[in-house]
Ligand binder design. Structure first.
Ligand SMILES: [Zn+2]
Ligand SMILES: [Zn+2]
Length: 389
C-alpha cells in the first residue's frame, strides 16, 4: 500500500481521534466541537483554513507548486438523532445522538490525508479538504454551495467516500454511473367533509379515498416507470382521525412518504405521477387533494473521467481488491450538490462484515478502524495522482 508505513505511524493518533469523535456526536449544523477539532488539526498541519461556511462547515486548502488543477475532497461531520445501544469504551456520551453512519471515520480519513500530504507535498496543484455539516437530511452540502463554496474554492473535480459494511476494510468499490438515488419527500392531504361515523352519506370520507390512493400507489413503479429504470415510492406516514373517537369520520387524511430515482427523467415522472394519482383518486370520491413534492437531494451519478481517476487511485491502494460493478444504493447523499458543480466520483470503502447484522443507521453500527490505512492512502494517492507534479 502506498504510504503504508507512514500512515501506520500516524495510526494511533487517528484511531484515538476517530474514537473521540465517536464519543462526542453532534447533529447537523450543531457540529461546533467537531468542526473546531477539524479546523484546528488542519491549521496545525499548516493548511489555510476557512471556518463557518454553510454554518459549521470547514474548508482546508493545501496549495503546492505551480500546478493549476484543483480538486475538492469531501467528508461529512454530522451524527444521527438516535441512542447508541452497543457497549464500547468510546460509546456516545450524549444520549439521543450517535455516529451511526461512520461520519466520524470519514473525518478521520480526510484529516489523516491532510496531515500526510502537508508533510510530503509530493504534488503540484491545489487540494481543498471540504468538511460539510448536516449530511443526514438537513441540507449541509446545499448550504455550503449556496454560501459560495465553489466561488471561494473552485474545483476541477470533486470526490466523496463512504464506508460500506460487507466489503473488507482493505477493499473498495468504484463504479461509473448511478451510485445513490435522488431523495425527495411528498405529501398528500385528502380533504373531505367530516361527519358522524354512523352517517357517512352526510359527509365525504377522506379515509376511503386515502385507502384507494395507497392501494394504487405502487402501480406508479409497476406500471408507469420503465421497468429497466429503478425507482422507489414509499408511503411512510399516515395521519387521520383519532383513536379515541371511533365514531367520527375526520375532515382530512394526510399521507406522506419518499421517492427515489437515479435519473432526472424518472424523478420528474415520480413527482408528476404521485400528484396525478392523488388528484385522480380525490376526483373519483368527489373530494379535494393538496399535493406537495419537495426535491431534497439529486441522485449521485459518477462522472466517467473523475471515476477513472478515482479507480486508478483505488487500484494503487487496494490492488485487485477493487470492485467495479457495485450495486447502487437507494439511499441518498447530498454530495450530489457538490457533483453538480464539478465532475464527481463517490466511492465506497469497506467497513468489514456487518457485526451482529448492524448496518448504517443501526443503533449498534460503528466505523471500523481497520479501514483507516486504506482510506487515508486512497485520499493521499488520489491527490498525488490527480495533481501529479
Ligand atoms: Zn447516513
Ligand atoms: Zn453517511
Amino acid at each position: 500500500m502506498p504510504h503504508g508505513d507512514l500512515i501506520q505511524a500516524d495510526l494511533p493518533f487517528l484511531r484515538g481521534l476517530r474514537q473521540d469523535l465517536h464519543a462526542h456526536p453532534e447533529l447537523g449544523f450543531e457540529e461546533e466541537r467537531t468542526s473546531g477539532i477539524v479546523a484546528s488539526l488542519l491549521e496545525e498541519a499548516g493548511l489555510d483554513v476557512h471556518r463557518g461556511l454553510g454554518g459549521t462547515g470547514v474548508v482546508g486548502t493545501l496549495k503546492v507548486g505551480e500546478g493549476s488543477r484543483t480538486v475538492g475532497l469531501r467528508a461529512d461531520m454530522d451524527a444521527l438523532a438516535m441512542t447508541e445501544v452497543a457497549k464500547r469504551p468510546y460509546a456516545s456520551t450524549i444520549p439521543g445522538k450517535m455516529h451511526a453512519c461512520g461520519h466520524d471515520g470519514h473525518m478521520t480519513l480526510l484529516l489523516g490525508a491532510a496531515r500526510r500530504l502537508a508533510r510530503t507535498r509530493a504534488f503540484s496543484g491545489t487540494a481543498h479538504f471540504i468538511f460539510q455539516p448536516a449530511e443526514e437530511g438537513r441540507g449541509g452540502a446545499r448550504r455550503m454551495v449556496e454560501d459560495g463554496l465553489f466561488d471561494l474554492f473552485p474545483c476541477d473535480a470533486v470526490y466523496g467516500l463512504h464506508n460500506m459494511p460487507g466489503l473488507a476494510p482493505d477493499e473498495m468499490a468504484v463504479t461509473v454511473g448511478p451510485q445513490l438515488a435522488s431523495s425527495d419527500t411528498w405529501r398528500v392531504t385528502f380533504r373531505g367533509v367530516g361527519t358522524h361515523g354512523a352517517k357517512p352519506h352526510l359527509g365525504k370520507d377522506p379515509i376511503t379515498a386515502g385507502g384507494h390512493f395507497l392501494a394504487a400507489l405502487q402501480t406508479i413503479v409497476g406500471r408507469v416507470i420503465n421497468p429497466l429504470q429503478p425507482a422507489v415510492v414509499s408511503a411512510c406516514s399516515i395521519r387521520a382521525g383519532d383513536p379515541r373517537a371511533l365514531n367520527v369520520i375526520p375532515d382530512t387524511m394526510e399521507i406522506g412518504g419518499t421517492a427515489r430515482a437515479y435519473t432526472a427523467g424518472v424523478r420528474d415522472q415520480l413527482e408528476a405521477e404521485i400528484g396525478r394519482l392523488a388528484h385522480g383518486v380525490a376526483a373519483m370520491f368527489g373530494i379535494e387533494a393538496d399535493y406537495a413534492f419537495e426535491r431534497r437531494i439529486p441522485p449521485v451519478v459518477n462522472d466517467p473521467d473523475a471515476t477513472a481517476r478515482a479507480l486508478r487511485a483505488a487500484r494503487a491502494v487496494c490492488g485487485p481488491r477493487v470492485v467495479t460493478d457495485f450495486e447502487p444504493s437507494t439511499a441518498g447523499d447530498d454530495f450530489a450538490f457538490f457533483a453538480e458543480a464539478a465532475p464527481g466520483a463517490f466511492v465506497w470503502l469497506g467497513n468489514g462484515p456487518a457485526v451482529d447484522g448492524a448496518l448504517h443507521h443501526n443503533s449498534a453500527y460503528d466505523f471500523n478502524d481497520d479501514a483507516i490505512p486504506a482510506g487515508v492512502a486512497y485520499w493521499v494517492t488520489l491527490v498525488e495522482q490527480e495533481l501529479a507534479a
